[in-house]
Design a protein around this ligand. Sequence first.
Ligand code: G6Q
Length: 545
Amino acid sequence: MSSPSRTTLHEWQAVADHARATGRLTLRELFAAEPIRAERFSFEACGLFVDHSKQRLTEGTLPLLIRLAEACGLRERIEAMFTGERINTTEGRAVLHVALRAPRGETILVDGKDVVPEVHEVLDRMAAFCRRVRSGDWLGHTGKPIRNVVNIGIGGSDLGPVMAFTALRHYADRALTFRFVSNVDGTDFAEATRDLDPAETLFIVSSKTFTTQETLANAHTARAWLLTSLCDEAAVAKHFVAVSTNAVEVAAFGIDTATMFGFWDWVGGRYSMDSAIGLSTMLAIGPEEFHELLAGFHAMDEHFRAAPFEANLPALQGLITVWNATFLGAATIAVLPYDQYLARFPAYLQQLTMESNGKRVTLSGRVIDDYQTCPVFWGEPGTNGQHSFYQLIHQGTQLIPCDFIGFIESLNPLGQHHDLLMANCFAQAEALAFGKTAAEVRADGVPEELVPHKTFPGNRPSTMILARRLTPRLLGSLIALYEHAVFTAGVIWDINPFDQWGVELGKVLAKRIVPELESAEDPKLGHHDHSTAMLIRRYREARSG
Ligand code: G6Q
């Protein structure tokens, strides 16, 4: 029996009524009405200062959203997650990424067993391995130390490691070269390895299941690439390690399970960058800084679990996402980090947000046809984006709330650069919120025919996330902020943020098409629609011709 729609809750109707009643108020009016608005809507925890005052919120909005969260059982759902209940009901799994960063000595039970000691056992093995590689003690097959690390993985086994490496490059050992191969497109592997010496290269095959088509194809290619040069099967043991939950498949591939780093079915792929999937991150920044990263995650976990919703950063962020997407009709949210090190953060967040909450069925199986769920998340670092798509955010016809992320200190202070960067960050949020009226444009002496073109409507909401400095700890807190915001929004939308059935169908169809592309015969009539059959035929004919 499916449970009633969230829209039947009177707390939901109260938010909907409030959205209708306040929807016409502009940010100009809201700021004029309350001179201390920035104080009311600014929040701080775990080194993050979050200013929501440029969101379209009145004094009454957050209390109503919080009442909705309570009616949806957010508090109970948080406890269920933290205490290892199988809240990923469609896969029958607990959801315990929070256990990955629990300090030694804490207790988190899954089916009566404390998982924290196992987490630390793996972290300790990772640390010992990383120390050997980083110190030059781990030698390749020909006796040369490792200089290159190539992570092979895709989706959750790639996006987190790439993002973390990019974000924390400042802290990385520059003597090591890091590459990431994810795409089954051979170009990815070829370009990643073309200038590497196999004798100095370590492959980390990162795959929770160790059955993922792309990762296995790349891993087999890597193995062939290594053996072509080193000509001895025994070399595999020195140049391949695995990160997986599947020891049987790892052994079948030929990787010694002594150099396999495990994790557990209660870690979802997109929530795994702080598990052994973070091995490349630990190799880059070292075990101590990796523990700082975990400490940052943990600090936000504790804040999320304990803080009242009125001052709870992830809960508020998740509720404001729901407010914008579901009640104000925003179809997309832009994430705009003003830090080049966070260049891959939007891509990482795309998976975290959209693979988690991009769903249209409730936990009890009802098709959602009466409200919108997850918006599209996208973005690029500032100031680059300003010279490309910001035009649409300022003057287009769509409402696109933005998350700005900036730092007070640069990790690469160069002359005036950082002040220029942050001036742009603050200016964009200001311009989006307040725009420029036709009267103001005219006052600049602009000819009448250009006035509509040069007018900025404003009233475009944004959140500003500000921190002192991009450190491993800060990055951990920032990621956990979004992880828990995603969970919060999922609870309000009544969906399971932890499965991903929507990625399956395409995989199954691709498996069916592979032999058809490689066969000499036309695909069987009726096997595909006319368009797909034509494309397969055209590809085959052109290749063989
Ligand atoms: C993430 C998804 C997905 C997964 C990849 C790789 O939450 O489950 O992106 O991470 O499909 O899977 P493997 O790690 O099993 O290769």
